[in-house]
Design a protein around this ligand. Structure first.
Ligand code: NAD
Length: 344
């Protein structure tokens, strides 16, 4: 029976992974800690590691795993910006779950826009104190407004469907456009200039790091609504705070934050928040911040569990690894998986 060390485990993970683990004959050791240079020792004696979005799969961790004889890390997520692929290559195979439910993230994104626009989170708190005033709750119709969608892959496409259903105009920016009716592809600069609302659905790469910076924000329409459900570092937090303070950004929905690794998924309610920028962002009445939860639906968790363990089964069975990713796959798709349909 293969032993799997499962980092950053939460009770809902166990519910969805245990039935598949039984089926695949894997023993899972659930570990509360995030994977990092210190916690990597918990994987000693295991055959594989399962990691999540805020686990650090850096050079030190990869070398430690390799020394323990572990040569596979299965990411139970789609994004992989937390992996040092150059270091992993030739040593540790990296597999992921490329798609589990684009609907989960796209629907959550629209939920954030709607909630910010009509200030549902403020209304909820008011009513609980018997404050029935409507002052400060004014919103706008979405119908006829322009949504700018940055990244039109699996999630971006579903999000565009939702926007078109609302009767919105859609501008899109993606280096690999997928032309379709009702969507006009433009440059990122043009998208910023003409969108009433902007939603980010692209991966975090060297090229997209701080895509939304001071200059991009300056270009945006006054009062623009910005939602990020992709990766925190797509937005320069300092520039975001300035944009919000000046009123340039009318409202921001953030399911991710560039320094989320230390805080998200943990209970800090009894502590003084050490991150001043995070505290400042949370303090603003026109910001809705959530703890990287856009993926969290029953359907998504079931698909994540099944694909993650199927990836591991394929690895142990010596089969092709369709969901493997290496630095060449991630960079320009030049990896041809020539090694028995594996990256190396
Ligand atoms: P995908 O690979 O299907 O699509 C990504 C798209 O972004 C592609 O079309 C690609 O060409 C485009 N792209 C790449 N670089 C770009 C850039 N610099 N500017 C604009 N577009 C660019 O991925 P997906 O499944 O749609 O997921 C999108 C992102 O959503 C993931 O990378 C991940 O970071 C994030 N995500 C977040 C959650 C969550 O819970 N908040 C869950 C799943 C995924």
């Amino acid at each position: 029976m293969k032993k799997i060390c499962f980092f950053d485990a939460k009770p809902y993970d166990k519910i969805y992974f245990d039935p598949f683990a039984k089926e695949y004959n894997f023993e899972i050791l659930y570990c509360d800690s995030k994977l990092n240079e210190r916690s990597v020792v918990f994987a000693q004696g295991c055959d594989a590691v399962v990691a999540f979005v805020n686990d650090r799969v850096n050079a030190e961790v990869l070398n430690a795993l390799s020394e323990m004889g572990i040569s596979i890390v299965a990411l139970r997520c789609a994004g992989y910006n937390n992996v040092d692929f150059k270091e992993a290559y030739g040593k540790v195979h990296i597999v992921r779950v490329p798609a589990y439910s684009p609907y989960a993230v796209a629907e959550f994104t629209m939920g954030m826009f709607l909630s910010l626009n009509r200030k549902l989170y403020r209304a909820y708190n008011r009513i609980r104190e018997y404050n029935f005033s409507l002052i400060g709750l004014l919103g706008t119709d979405f119908h006829g407004k322009t949504m700018g969608v940055v990244g039109t892959g699996k999630i971006g496409q579903v999000f565009i469907d939702i926007c078109l259903g609302f009767g919105m105009k859609v501008l899109a920016y993606d280096p690999y456009p997928r032309e379709r009716e009702g969507v006009r592809y433009v440059s990122f600069e043009e998208l910023c200039r003409h969108s009433d609302m902007i939603s980010l659905h692209c991966p975090l790469t060297k090229e997209s790091y701080h895509l939304v910076d001071e200059k991009a924000i300056e270009t945006m329409k006054d009062g623009v609504m910005l939602v990020n459900t992709s990766r925190g570092a797509l937005i320069d937090s300092t520039a975001l705070i300035e944009g919000l303070k000046e009123g340039k950004i009318g409202a921001a929905g953030l399911d991710v934050y560039e320094e989320e690794g230390d805080y998200f998924y943990e209970d800090y309610s009894g502590a003084v928040m050490p991150d001043d920028e995070l505290a400042r962002i949370i303090s603003m009445p026109n910001v809705l911040l959530t703890s990287h939860q856009a993926f969290l639906t029953r359907e998504a968790l079931k698909n994540i569990a099944e694909t993650t363990l199927e990836n591991l089964r394929q690895y142990f069975a010596g089969e092709a690894l369709p969901n493997e990713i290496c630095y060449r796959c991630a960079k320009n798709g030049s990896c041809k998986k020539e090694h028995k349909e594996r990256c190396f």
